[in-house]
Structures are given as C-alpha cells and as structure tokens.
Design a protein. Sequence first.
Lengths: 111, 114
Amino acid sequence: QKEVEQNSGPLSVPEGAIASLNCTYSDRGSQSFFWYRQYSGKSPELIMSIYSNGDKEDGRFTAQLNKASQYVSLLIRDSQPSDSATYLCAVSPGGNEKLTFGTGTRLTIIP
Amino acid sequence: GAVVSQHPSWVICKSGTSVKIECRSLDFQATTMFWYRQFPKQSLMLMATSNEGSKATYEQGVEKDKFLINHASLTLSTLTVTSAHPEDSSFYICSATGGHSPLHFGNGTRLTVT
C-alpha cells in the first residue's frame, strides 16, 4: 500500500527559528513531491514542489529530496506566527496524477 | 493566477437528502478534477478522479452510487452526495489541473448532515 508518513506533531518552534518538517514515502516509483500548507478550515495551498534530488529554495522555504532514502523535508527559515498551520506532504507517481497525502504536521510558531 | 471556485462553501442538510457541490475552473480548462474528503484532524483522502467527458474513477471503498460525479465540461465538475447521512459530514475539496498546469484546489465545502 502506498503511504506517505509524517510526524503529526504538534511541532512548536520559537519565532525567528528554523522549522524542520519531515516526510517519508513508500512508493519508490514516486516522481513528484509537494508541500502544502493548510490553515484550519481552509483548503491546502501549495508551498513547494520538488522533482529531483537535492535542495530547492524559494524565499524562506527550502525543500529537500532524497529519493534513495525516500525522504523529503521542508525547512522554514525565520519562522513567523503566520506560518502556524498544518503542513501536508504529498507524493505523486507523475506530474499531476493523483496525489497521496500524508496526515500532516501541525506547526505552531511561538511569538 | 489560476483559480478554482467551489460552491457552496458550507451546507447543512437533513439526513436522507441529496447535496450537490460544484467545482469550477475559472481561467483554465480543467481536463482532470479530483475530489477529496477530509475528516477533522485527518489528511485529505482521494475519493475519485474525473476526466472531462468520461466516467469518474473511484478509489477503493468509495461508493460510486452514493457520490455521483459529473464532469460534463472542461470548466465544471459536480459531486452529489445522495441520501446523505451524518457520517457523510466532512470537508469536501476539489482540485483541478489542465494537464501540465499545477494542481489548484478549491476552497472546500463543509457539509453537515443533521
């Protein structure tokens, strides 16, 4: 069974620090990896996408992918209270084929 | 940017009635739409995949006769929850893609069945 696993948290990080979110996946055939942010009662919004091994940076966010270890992570630098949300890791076998979501990690940034 | 509009944003209905949820792509042609369901403090679970002009593909355990999906045009897909029961109360979210375009999510529909 294809699975995406995340630590459910909650993860508490002081404002200004680095938040580190981790995700592992079971399907070695996965090619596309996404991080979504979901505020309570809202639908997910795409934060980062990554398709090849290594790091990808976008502003305060850095996604890291290691296909050999079947591991993808998201780093949030200079954490802000507005970053407090649930972060969902999603994996796809291709481009926009159906996504398999992890259970999400609830992140709280402490002012 | 591309927008997916979902309507209604919330609905309350009585047990045994049917509810229709609409998902529209506003500025792109959505060849594929996905319907997800999310229970409180759980992740999104894919219910079905719909391609324009063809029958939806349902995930294992999702009753196709209970959750009717229609994707009659490149900009509209609908999900009808038939004979709704309290256990169907959930957050229903659609997403759409035009193939090579990124996946865009609607704002979700909070369904409460009393």
